[in-house]
Every structure is written in C-alpha cells, then in structure tokens.
Design a protein around this ligand. Sequence first.
Ligand code: PEP
Length: 249
Amino acid sequence: MHRKTIVAANWKMNGDVSLINEMTDALNTISISENQQVIICPPAPYLGALTQANTNARVAVGAQNINEQLKGALTGEVSALMLKDLSVQYVIVGHSERRSLFAETSGLVADKAKQALAQGLTPIVCIGESEDEREQGQTEQVLSEQLAPVLSALDNDELTDVVFAYEPVWAIGTGKTASAEMAQQTHRFIREFIAATDSDAADKVAILYGGSVNAGNYQELFAQPDIDGGLIGGASLKVEEFKTICLAE
Ligand code: PEP
C-alpha cells in the first residue's frame, strides 16, 4: 500500500512572527506533490497568523497540544473546538515532553486523540521508549502500553484518521538518531500491533519517525517501508533545511 509521506514540524516553544513569515514564504514557493503532506505545528499563539500566511494547499497547520475538554474554567488551555474554528487540521498529542514534564498518561493521550477526532482534527499520537527502557529490552512492552488505550478508545473507522509518530525519547533533540534499520523494525512492530486491532487501518495509517531527523538522514529513514515521514523538531526551525526535507517523496 502506498501511503502519503508526511513531514510535520514541531516548533515546540520556539519561533516567532518572523519565522512564521519566512517559513510560509519559503513553502509557498515550492511544489509539494499530492503524495506528500507538510504540517507546521507552531506554538498556540501563532496558529492564527500561520493559517493566514499559509497559502500552499499542501501545507497544513497543526497545534502541539489540546485539552481533552471542549470548553470551561480551564485557564490557559486550548480546545479542539477552538483549533477547528481557526482551520487548524492536526494536533500533536502525547509528545514525550508532555508525558514527562506535564505528567500526561496514555489514558489522557487517548482522551485527547478521541476529542480531536470528534472535532474533525487529525491527532498525531506520539509514542516512544526511553534510553533505559530500550537498554532493558522493554521497547515493545512500553510501546504496547502507550498504544493500547488509544486503540481501545477509538472506533475502527476513527483509527484510519490517526497519524502515529514513533519518537524514541533518547533520540529527541540529542543528535542521536535511531538507525534506519532499528527504526524500521520498531515501526513494523507498531504496525503489527495496530493490525491486531484492525488490519485494514494498520495498512492505511501513517507512522512517522521522530528524533533528530535532519537534511542529512531523512532520506534513508523515509525510504523504509513502514516509515511514512517524520515529526521534526530542531531542523524544522531552519527554513532551508526544513524546505529540503519537505520535498521528500
Ligand atoms: C520532537 O520533539 O518531536 C523531535 C523529533 O525533536 P528533534 O527533531 O529536535 O529531535
């Protein structure tokens, strides 16, 4: 099955109006094929500016987080309903920084994914093991535990609309990338795990790799049969480098 290649930028708590303008200027001039999807996820205050500045139909806007509720007395939070109102199409849920720094559990990540889908947004569900967990041979168990609540919260027809991102925690922002072979093996495991719930959905869902992807390593990673593109942090803040990665087929 030929799935689209997705290149998603996670700016984290970085970027400003100038970067929004420079990035959209650069991406508005490139031609991205219909087999590719580029997504930019800036910090929440810049979502409106990005949706206004972005004129490339193949570049979508994504948020980095949502609350699992739709509205109410939740100071500082942003809901899926608000993102929808701004024409945001994607939202990252369960990034490892949210899990470790903001104590988000896999159950909460599942609730967020469910709420995103209910509002017509595509959740980018992040999963990944720590260095210790990999060294102790627990990678598959950790990934299974992170995936299971999401798979049981979603109906099969919702599952095909999810994007998964495998991001080994030890590779995020460290310059250490999983080898293409190691990443492929883990992506294969993730797809098989999803297939046990719904084999058709497993065939269709995109599974992105994230963790120190850059212009020098993206081609080998994206060429793997079960890697459908990347979730990119540091390199997505560099306009020329990100533009190069966006042209990946
Ligand atoms: C990320 O935070 O999602 C990420 C993959 O970061 P980096 O590319 O900087 O490792």
